[in-house]
Design a protein around this ligand. Structure first.
Ligand SMILES: [Mn+2]
Length: 314
């Protein structure tokens, strides 16, 4: 038995790859099952409801003896279900730089830097002349669209675009589907904004300075300057206190319009982020395009603080 799985608490990319790769193996006559552990996110729940198809099993107490494993959308053995023996992993598909190569003694590694692991799995179908089922095409397509933020983030490659095109033609979806998918994370109101921001908040201590960056990807980010403005300010203030931050920054990504909305709530943060991002005219609420991801901002924060801030003498 081959078990296809991913990291604990997989995102839509991980779930789509598990479903699809297991389907490919089964079509090719290799008995396989896909298994996940942890919680599912809002995007996954959306596709699950939309397709009414979810062939994944939740991980139980143990796996059948002699199980072999295929890992998708992760190549980090530390974030998978701990009962999986690493030497029984036979294949690994991931789209991030691998730093754990030596941990997999028996696995064939498929590590390629594309925007979505779903692209690599879609290409496996193509290489083997197999057409994914309609529901599986929807999962893979959704994963590519979501992982690349509708082809707008820096990790997007032409291979992602080509794979998505092919999957779209098999999916029976219309163009409007994208908006619905992204709206899964956009059901934001003044009562849940703090919670949504804190779920995905990132705070670091850099050069002995506490810095936090909130990020949200949604449809209609301009609401942060409209009906959600006050709630956003309150939420950022609360996060600043909760995490004892010196500086806090908000990066709101409009996934359809394709821009970032930067928001700061205090003069010191405005000042320092103006320098970090090299935007002299940065305003408290500032539209910036193309979109910028938080993972692109952190290295700049780190570089800036290490050269511009003197460490407090002990
Ligand atoms: Mn991924």
């Amino acid at each position: 038995m081959i078990i296809v799985t991913g990291c604990h608490g997989p995102d839509l990319d991980g779930v789509a790859c598990m479903i699809a790769y297991s389907e490919l193996l089964n079509i090719q006559g290799t008995v396989s099952e896909s298994v996940y552990s942890g919680e599912l996110d809002l995007e996954t729940a959306f596709v699950k409801d939309y397709t009414n198809y979810f062939p994944l099993k939740q991980c139980g107490d143990s796996y059948p003896p002699d199980s072999k494993f295929v890992l998708v959308d992760t190549a980090n053995p530390d974030i998978i279900d701990s009962s999986i023996p690493v030497d029984s992993i036979t294949k690994v598909f991931d789209h991030r730089q691998l730093v754990f190569t030596n941990r997999f003694s028996n696995a064939e590694l498929h590590i390629e830097l594309v925007g979505s692991c779903a692209t690599l799995i879609a290409e496996e179908f193509q290489k083997n002349d197999v057409i994914p089922s309609q529901n599986t095409s929807i999962y893979l397509y959704s994963a590519i669209i979501f992982s690349t933020i509708n082809f707008q983030n820096a990790v997007t490659t032409d291979r992602d675009i080509q794979a998505a095109k092919w999957l779209f033609s098999l999916s029976g979806l219309d163009e409007n589907y994208k908006n619905k998918l992204f709206s899964a994370k956009s059901k934001i109101s003044s009562s849940n904004l703090y919670e949504i921001l804190s779920q995905d908040f990132s705070a670091k201590t850099l050069s002995e300075t506490r810095v936090g960056i909130a990020q949200i990807e949604m449809v209609g980010i301009s609401r942060m300057e409209g009906d959600l403005r006050e709630s956003l300010e309150k939420a950022l203030k609360k996060l600043k206190d909760d995490y004892s931050l010196k500086y806090i920054f908000f990066n709101g990504i409009d996934v359809i319009e394709g821009y970032s909305l930067f928001v700061t709530i205090d003069p010191d943060s405005l000042d320092i982020f103006s320098s970090i991002l090299e935007i002299p005219e940065l305003e408290y609420s500032h539209k910036y395009s193309p979109i910028v991801m938080r993972k692109q901002i952190w290295p700049k924060v780190e570089a800036y603080l290490s050269t511009h801030l003197q460490k407090t003498p002990k």
